[in-house]
Design a protein around this ligand. Structure first.
Ligand code: SF4
Ligand code: SF4
Length: 260
């Protein structure tokens, strides 16, 4: 019990630190010419243990190149230890209400969430996948994600279920499918999300938006399909995630109220 309390204290400290950073960091401010104010509101944090069997499942589902926390730890030059001594912390960055509301119109926001981040967030119990393939968390899918692997002991958050689509109304209840109508590229059907069609449309958007947003975008380096791409601007589309029931909440939590 004593150990659980001290681990819980570590979670509180981490959350307090992030809350403070979100308040004061200049990186969390929109340029004044776009109205100023914060970009992200209160962070959410989930934690999985490094030896959680789900990370080995991801290797089978996504591919062998999807590293486990221990493999990531070793690959980044850290000392060998056992997977159970590692903790994976996933952080949800929810956009502030102002941005969520204004983005109901076709405005395009920089996209920085990588698929692997969604898997890590799922592993820590922060949300589940969906028809449009975004992660639906308790604050919806209009979020960005980041994660770290650490050997600092911290309290594990419980995954409510290993069902990967539990928060999506289409998979869980056979209703909604509103994201299908929102997609200008017909990249979503009842069968799921077509990455090729989606990517083609997103590239088209990026060609238009990067010159317009250039002054506020920072060049990034990312591994895309395992290949390192440097000095790229990651700009998305995400129209399927705006003005839909899962935009700002987990719609399954209010399912009885909203649909009965
Ligand atoms: S809009 Fe509806 S069907 Fe599409 S992902 Fe969200 S909950 Fe699922
Ligand atoms: S990101 Fe854009 S193109 Fe891709 S599925 Fe969503 S709405 Fe369609």
């Amino acid at each position: 019990m004593e150990q659980s309390n001290s681990l819980g204290l570590m979670n509180d400290k981490l959350l307090g630190f992030l809350e403070e950073e979100f308040k004061i960091s200049k990186l969390n401010r929109l340029p004044e010419k776009y109205g100023g104010g914060n970009i992200f509101s209160h962070p959410l944090v989930g934690v999985a243990q490094g030896n959680d069997p789900i990370f080995h499942k991801f290797k089978k589902i996504i591919g062998q190149k999807h590293l486990t926390p221990l493999e990531m730890w070793i690959a980044s030059g850290q000392d060998q230890l056992s997977a159970s001594e590692l903790y994976v912390v996933s952080i949800v960055f929810p956009f502030v209400d102002k941005i969520r509301k204004e983005s109901n119109n076709p405005i395009v926001l920089p996209k920085i969430t990588l698929p692997a981040e969604r898997y890590i967030a799922f592993a820590t119990g922060l949300g589940t996948f969906s028809l449009h393939e975004g992660l639906i968390t308790e604050v919806g899918c209009n979020i960005r994600l980041a994660s770290v692997v650490t050997n600092t002991p911290i309290k594990i958050s419980r995954r409510k279920s290993d069902e990967p689509y539990a928060n999506c109304l289409s998979y869980a209840k056979g209703i909604c499918k509103e994201c299908i109508n929102k997609c200008p590229a017909n990249a979503i059907t009842v069968k799921g999300h077509n990455k090729v069609k989606c990517n083609k449309y997103r590239m088209k958007v990026a060609r238009k938006m990067v010159p317009r947003l250039g002054s506020i975008l920072k060049p990034d380096s990312r591994r895309i399909n395992w290949k390192l791409k440097e000095d790229i601007f990651i700009v998305g589309c995400e129209l399927c995630q705006f003005g839909v029931p899962c935009m700002e909440k987990n719609p399954m939590l209010s399912y009885d109220m909203d649909y009965s």
